[in-house]
Design a protein around this ligand. Structure first.
Ligand code: 3UK
Length: 537
C-alpha cells in the first residue's frame, strides 16, 4: 500500500476497485504534482510565505480579510479540530454554512488537519443530512449556528457523529471562542497527493445521493485547468458569484481559483439578481460565476448598475440557452463563457474562451481533458451524430462505496449522462440529459432545444420542457412556461408560443401542451428539476 497521512483509512478503503477507476491523464507539465501535497498548504501557506500575505483574499459586505488573516484563522480552526475535537487525519468533517470567510477558513482548516471535508448545501434537511453522515461515517461537524436546527434534528440518527462545534455563536465553547485560544501557526498534515481531501455529494435530483471522492491533487488540478486556459486569471482579479462553497462549482470559482492566482473573492451569504449586481458594482468585481437563469435575470437589470469592472462571466450547472447569451451580450457587451462540469469531475472540462465561442456549443475539451461522443457500444460517433458524452482528464469519478461507479465509468471514460454531438472542429453541442431525451412519435427531441426556442419569445421569462404521457401519441412535448410580468396567460398566448417554436425549429418539436406556472422547481444549485415537472400536479 502506498504512503498515506491518514490514520483513519475509511476513505481510501472505500474507493472503488482500481479496475473501475477512470483513466487519468497528466499530459500537461503543470499537472505533474509531487507525491506529498496538501492543497491548503499550496493555496494558502505558499502565498503567505512568499510575501503575498498583505493582499486581500476575501471580501464581504462587512469587511475584508487578507491572506495572512485567513491563514491564521485557518490555523486556529485546525488546532480546534485536532486539540479540542480530537480529529485524526482521515476523519470525515461535516461543514455547514453559507458562503462567508468563516466557512472558507473552516474548509482550509480541515484540509490542513488532513480531515476529509464533506460540505453540505445550506438548505439540506435533517433527512438528507442523516443519509450523508451515515454514508460517509462522519465523526466531526463544524456548523453555522444559524443552520443548526436541521443538524440537531439529524443528530439522534447519526451515531458516528460525536463532535459538533458551532460558529457565529456567543457560547464559551463556540468555534469562535475556542479558535481565539489557539496558536497562530499550525503544522499541516503531510498528506499524500492521492489522499482523499473531500467527498462531494451530488446534488442528486433523484435517488440516493452519491459521494464523489477527490484527492488533494484533484483540488489543485481543477485550479490548473479551467481558470488557466479559459479565464486567464491574475492577482488583480476579484471573483464573485452565487454557487455555494458546498457545490464544487462554487468551491472552485469562489475559493480555490482566486487563491491559486493570488486574487480575491467576494463572499456574500445570499444573492438575488439585484444584490449580485450591487456586489459587482460595489467591489468592482472582474469575474462572475453563476448559472444561466441568473444571467438571464441580471441581463434585464444590468442598465441600472455600473458594471465596467466586469471582464469574464462563467455559466455552468445547466445548458446556457443561446437567447440568454445574446441577451446578456446586448446588455453588458460581455460574451459569457459557458462550461460543463460535474461533481464527479470536480469542475469544468468542456468550455471556451470568449474569443473562441461558437454559437450553440458548450465549447471544446479544455487543455488537460479529452472528450468524445460515444454510441451505445462505446464507439465514437461521427461528427453531427448524437451520442453519450465521455471525458477523461486529471480528475475523474470515484464514488464512495457505490455500485453506480460502473454506470459513470466505462472503459476508462467518465460518462456524464449527457447527450451531445460534436462537430468537425471538436466543438461539443449539448442536447439533453440522456434520460431527458423526449421520444415522441418516433422522433428524438431534446427538451433544451425547445426551451431555447421558447426563450427567444419576448413574453417568456423561464421555461422547462419535458415528455408528457399522451393516450394517442404515447409521449408529447409539454412546456411549462413562466411569463414575464404583465403578459396574459390565455389560449392566444399558447397559440402564439406554439407558432413561434414552429418557426424557430423543426415544427414537429413544438410543444403540443403548454402550462403556465408562476415559478419552476429548481435545486439549490440552480438546476431545473424536470422530474418534478413530470409529476402531475
Ligand atoms: C449539467 C451542464 C449543459 C450536465 C458543475 C461546473 O453542474 C455541475 O455539477 P453537477 O454534478 O451536475 C452535472 C451535470 O449538470 N451541466 C452542467 N454544466 C452544464 N449542461 N451545459 C453546461 N454548461 O448535465 C452535467 O452532467 O451538479 C458544473 C463545475 C462544477 C460542477 N459540479
Amino acid at each position: 500500500m502506498s504512503y498515506t497521512a491518514h490514520l483513519d483509512t475509511f476513505a481510501r478503503d472505500n474507493l472503488p476497485p482500481r479496475n473501475r477507476w477512470p483513466e487519468f491523464l497528466f499530459e500537461l507539465p503543470e499537472l505533474r504534482y509531487p507525491s506529498r501535497l496538501n492543497c491548503a498548504a499550496e493555496l494558502l501557506d505558499k502565498p503567505v510565505t512568499r510575501g503575498h500575505g498583505h493582499r486581500v483574499a476575501l471580501r464581504t459586505p462587512d469587511g475584508e480579510c487578507t491572506y495572512t488573516q485567513l491563514f491564521t484563522q485557518a490555523n486556529r480552526v485546525a488546532h480546534v479540530l485536532v486539540r479540542e475535537m480530537g480529529l485524526k487525519p482521515g476523519n470525515r468533517v461535516l461543514l455547514r454554512g453559507p458562503n462567508n470567510p468563516i466557512m472558507a477558513a473552516c474548509w482550509l482548516a480541515v484540509m490542513k488537519a488532513g480531515g476529509v471535508c464533506v460540505a453540505t448545501m445550506p438548505l439540506l434537511r435533517a433527512k438528507e443530512l442523516i443519509e450523508i453522515v451515515n454514508k460517509a461515517e462522519i465523526s466531526h461537524a463544524l456548523c453555522d449556528r444559524r443552520l443548526d436546527a436541521e443538524l440537531k434534528a439529524a443528530l439522534p440518527a447519526c451515531p458516528t457523529l460525536q463532535a459538533v462545534t458551532y460558529w457565529y455563536d456567543d457560547a464559551p465553547d463556540s468555534l469562535d471562542a475556542l479558535a481565539l485560544k489557539q496558536p497562530l501557526t499550525f503544522w499541516n498534515a503531510p498528506t499524500a497527493a492521492d489522499d482523499v481531501a473531500l467527498i462531494a455529494f451530488t446534488s442528486g435530483t433523484t435517488g440516493k445521493p452519491k459521494g464523489t471522492m477527490h484527492f488533494h491533487r484533484d483540488v489543485i488540478a481543477m485550479c490548473d485547468c479551467f481558470p488557466r486556459s479559459c479565464l486567464g486569471a491574475s492577482p488583480d482579479d476579484v471573483f464573485c458569484g452565487t454557487p455555494p462553497l458546498a457545490f464544487t462549482f462554487g468551491l472552485g470559482g469562489l475559493l480555490c481559483f482566486p487563491m491559486r492566482f493570488g486574487a480575491s473573492a467576494v463572499l456574500v451569504e445570499k444573492l438575488t439578481p439585484e444584490s449580485l449586481l450591487e456586489t459587482i458594482q460595489r467591489f468592482r468585481a472582474t469575474v462572475c460565476f453563476t448559472a444561466p437563469t441568473m444571467y438571464r435575470a441580471i441581463a434585464g437589470l444590468a442598465r441600472h448598475f455600473a458594471l465596467s469592472s466586469l471582464r469574464k462571466c462563467v455559466s455552468a450547472g445547466e445548458a446556457l440557452p443561446d437567447a440568454t447569451r445574446q441577451l446578456f451580450r446586448q446588455a453588458t457587451g460581455i460574451e459569457i463563457i459557458d462550461g460543463i462540469g460535474s461533481t464527479e469531475m470536480m469542475h469544468i472540462f468542456i468550455s471556451h474562451t470568449p474569443e473562441r465561442v461558437r454559437r450553440g456549443a458548450t465549447g471544446y475539451a479544455i487543455p488537460g481533458y479529452r472528450a468524445a461522443v460515444l454510441d451505445g457500444e462505446g464507439t465514437p460517433c461521427r461528427p453531427g451524430e448524437v451520442g453519450r458524452l465521455a471525458v477523461k482528464g486529471p480528475t475523474g469519478c470515484r464514488y464512495l462505496a457505490d455500485a453506480r461507479q460502473k454506470d459513470y465509468v466505462q472503459r476508462g471514460w467518465n460518462l456524464t449522462g449527457d447527450a451531445y454531438r460534436v462537430d468537425e472542429d471538436g466543438y461539443f453541442f449539448y442536447q439533453a440529459r440522456t434520460d431527458d431525451m423526449i421520444i415522441s412519435a418516433g422522433y428524438n427531441i431534446a427538451g433544451p432545444e425547445v426551451e431555447g426556442a421558447l426563450l427567444e419569445h419576448p413574453a417568456v421569462a423561464e421555461c422547462g420542457v419535458v415528455g408528457w404521457p399522451d393516450e394517442e401519441r404515447g409521449t408529447i412535448v409539454k412546456a411549462f412556461v413562466v411569463l414575464k410580468p404583465g403578459c396574459r396567460k390565455n389560449g392566444t398566448m399558447v397559440h402564439d408560443l406554439q407558432e413561434h417554436v414552429k418557426r424557430a425549429i423543426a415544427p414537429y418539436k413544438y410543444p403540443r401542451a403548454i402550462e403556465f406556472r408562476d415559478a419552476l422547481p429548481r435545486t439549490e444549485t440552480g438546476k431545473l428539476q424536470r422530474f418534478k415537472l413530470r409529476q402531475p400536479a
